[in-house]
Design a binder for this molecule. Structure first.
Ligand code: CDP
Ligand code: CDP
Length: 226
């Protein structure tokens, strides 16, 4: 068995992070960890419990009692919060449009960063998010920063919604993506930014397969040198 690398995949909303991270993890026989799902789970729980989304201390208190669990499944990954399944709920627009506020809170980031570091401790992991290469795993062996034009990213979400029969407007999606990127990039703690040593991959005109192939080449190159 080769060296068990830690692979960080960061980038803005809908750049294709989770899709390619999952596929790369599968090919390598690694664990996949979707850190965005953790921020989404906290947001969903706070909305249920009516905890103010910008009240850092109240959120931290809530988080201390919160167990977030991932269960691998055929369709990807099931997410549980205190044994309640929230896989679908955390993708709802109310969560998507509020998650950046929760993710900007200092204590929330501190707790989730620590949990993510524990998950990655053994290596052999592909972790995707916004601050994996900069804060969670600053010494990850492979760091990828995925980007794509806003138009392409909105179109990808639009197609995804169409396939699920969810009515949406492309203009609205574009606005929401830009707004979330703006909030994620301008927050004080661990903003969305490319790590200096991350490799930038522009996926605007690339298929999912082409992106995975590029990432696998970078990983294989690293494994040969390890
Ligand atoms: O919709 P998309 O898959 O692009 O987002 P996500 O990966 O599910 O992340 C949802 C939100 O969680 C982001 O917009 C960030 O506000 C926050 N997040 C973060 O702050 N840090 C991470 N490592 C991952 C997600
Ligand atoms: O995790 P993130 O928000 O960065 O993006 P995602 O949920 O993995 O991908 C968003 C959508 O773009 C999905 O429907 C993917 O199938 C699609 N996609 C694509 O069309 N082409 C790519 N090169 C990557 C993703």
């Amino acid at each position: 068995m080769g060296k068990q690398l830690r692979i960080a995949i960061d980038g803005p909303a809908s750049a294709g992070k989770s899709t390619v991270a999952k596929l790369a993890a599968h090919r390598l026989g690694y664990i996949y960890c979707d850190t965005g799902a953790m921020y989404r789970a906290v947001t969903w729980w706070a909305l249920q419990k009516k905890v103010a989304l910008d009240d850092d201390l109240a959120l931290a208190k809530m988080l201390a009692q919160l167990e977030i669990k991932f269960v691998p499944a055929k369709e990807g990954q099931r997410v549980f919060v205190n044994n309640n399944e929230v896989t679908k709920e955390i993708r709802m627009p109310t969560v998507t449009n509020n998650v950046s506020t929760v993710a900007a809170q200092v204590s929330v980031r501190k707790v989730l960063t620590q949990r993510q570091q524990e998950i990655a401790a053994g290596g052999g992991i592909v972790m995707d998010g916004r601050d994996i290469g900069t804060t969670v795993l600053p010494d990850a062996e492979v760091k990828i920063f995925l980007v794509a034009s806003v138009k392409e990213r909105a179109l990808r979400r639009f197609r995804e919604n169409q396939a699920k029969n969810i009515p949406t407007s492309l203009t609205k999606l574009e606005f929401e993506i830009e707004e979330r990127d703006r909030k994620d990039s301008t927050r004080t703690v661990s903003p969305l930014v490319k790590a200096e040593d991350a490799i930038k991959v522009d996926t605007t005109s690339l298929s999912i397969d082409e992106v995975v192939t590029k990432i696998m080449r970078i990983v294989e190159n690293k494994l040969e040198k390890a």
